[in-house]
Write a protein that binds this ligand. Sequence first.
Ligand SMILES: Cc1ncc(COP(=O)(O)O)c(C=O)c1O
Length: 355
Amino acid sequence: MLKYRNHLSEMPSYDGVERDYRIKVNANECNLNLPPLVEERVMSRLSRIAFNRYPNEQYDDLRDQIARNFNVDMDQILLGSGSSEIIEKVFYAFGGSARRRIVYPSPSFSMYKIYAKAAEAQAIEFALDENYDLDVDRFISTVRESKAQLAVVCNPNNPTGNVLAVDRIEEIVRSIDCAVLLDEAYVEFYGRSAAGLVKKYPNLLVARTFSKAYGLAGARVGYMIAHRDVTRMIEKTFMPYHLNVLSLATADIVYQMRDEFVPRIQMMVAERKRMSERLSGLSGVKVYPSATNFLLMKYDRAAALNARLEELDIGVRCFKNNARLENCLRISMGTREENDAWFAAIEKFVKEATA
Ligand SMILES: Cc1ncc(COP(=O)(O)O)c(C=O)c1O
């Protein structure tokens, strides 16, 4: 018998089942590869990489660019292998024992629960209301009363797609004195970031990613913006050179050329509106408001519909066992053709079911 560390066997696994679907709209990825001009610059940069050297310069180049964009100093930026690594390390840094508490919304990104467990902290799930909105006053009192070390807000929220206005986020950050991790993985599709508040509030940590709007899920790059005292502490939890030179150089070019991504972000937002309207027109389908690159829909026969989509090699995210997301499916926006294809399949199923 191998003797693993305490509690590892009870730790939940990430519940995303990955398959190479014909139409893959289950993971909130960008379904387009890099814009050709960006790809050309990336390839040219990669052909000049010094594979034999640890990446020092490349860390600094990317951090410097991000810092200049947010008008903060470079030591206020931390890079991670996806924002996943940032979130995991922030949980680790504020966790450490069952007496340390981490409050996060539910339903939200399923990994918060796993990171809290990995950090050996006490997880406090804060229930969103029936429309999946976060009641700010109740959130603030939950954080205060539980004497939490870390509070998490996901804005826009995954998988519900809804948002909290920036002034409401500021109210949270101002009203509690523990660390607040704001996960802005989808903020480019919303357009209103609260990252500027970092200059005013040293307890605010903002996590961002290249995986969604910038289509770099395969390169695994994310970053955090916070007060330098915070980044200095969180940095201690990373191993040296945790990001590889290929990803750093790629993200550096993508960030330099981020204007090239604006038309496709606008296209995703337009598709979200178009598909939301089409889905809402189907009998028995409820579509939730979304400021992201995905839609959450509720339908009585969601499990059967999901099974039909699977047969057609269309992958959406089905929330089978989540008590707050019964009969819900989450669909990422793909290309216009992909969206028309999954919609046609859903429409056919719903019409047959109501016939
Ligand atoms: C809310 C949220 N945060 C963070 C992540 C992690 O993304 P990544 O590690 O690719 O940056 C995801 C991924 O789906 C997400 O939905």
